[in-house]
Design a protein around this ligand. Sequence first.
Ligand code: PMP
Length: 362
Amino acid sequence: MTERVHNFSAGPCTLPLSALEEAQAEFVDYQGAGMALIEMSHRGKHFVAVYEEAIALVRSVFGVPQDFDVLFLQGGATLQFAMVPMNLLGDGRKGGYVNSGTWAKGAIADAKPYGEIYTAWDGADCGYSRMPQSAELVMQSDTRYLHITSNETIGGIRFCEWPQVDVPLIADMSSDYMARPIPWDRFDLVYGGAQKNLGPAGMALVIVRKNVARDNNRDIARYLRYDIHADKDSMFNTPPVFPIYVLGKVLKWMQEQGGVEAMESQAEEKAGILYQAIDNSDGYYRCPVDAGSRSVMNVVFRLPTEELEKAFLAEADKAKLLNLKGHRSVGGCRASIYNAMPRAGVQALADFMATFRSSNRG
Ligand code: PMP
């Protein structure tokens, strides 16, 4: 058996072992065809079956209502930062944005050229240590949507409760996609890069209300139009064949685990183990995030000094607990514990944190 480490990378990241092994077993000769899936036409029967199953799994695992289209697009979540306003703000209405940190800032910056944008709440004032309450959102008239980042991957904060506003929500769910059920009636569109909870990098999963996809600004290049992708079943051009294939395997694994409800309770349990390790450390480990906004996907923490953080990361590496370094923009430590991170990996990290603390009291 291959020896696997505990990989706490923020994305690309740990995927279910069963998905990797199945893909490996089928890789060179796909179902007796004498060629690999990635060597076949995307219009052939093998890939079309893979594609249809992937769409069906997205719908069933995430409970996507029939009046939404499921799109597999290229350009990652980043292209969606621009595609959302390009498509939705053509009629002069405004986009409200919650500035919750690094990724929200990216969405705001990329939306500005395509419509009137405003910040409905600015987390800069609190150092991005929490998400806003609904009552704190300052909405303007003629707002088409409120854009939120459901989980800020770098800051380690998330919306525990969805904002209550009078306009549809658009959410960048890159780092907590399919980690909990969502109230679809409140959303017009959700999107995210696949490379955390869903599969390999190279694809965004966009789920958009059918009438929203079609009621768009048509004065843009064809690839950028949701209606064209929706009408062509994400086969307007050559789709990201390999990411779609692996996503299908990841979602099958998720379904076997009990779906998004199971992912949600597992995530809360796994994150709880780490937050307890932090909170019960007499201040040795510190989480810079407000308790009410703590992410259950990206657990960020600090040690008493940067020297101790360096030592912690070096020793963790030796213990095969990898990629715990915080994002270069904020420093510290970060454990990304997406859907496929086993509970045992999280427990191993909590045990390591206790051991490190007792032998490095400073
Ligand atoms: N939004 C969030 C919340 C992210 O975590 C990331 C990537 N880490 C992105 C957007 C950008 O995604 P991509 O690299 O797929 O463009």
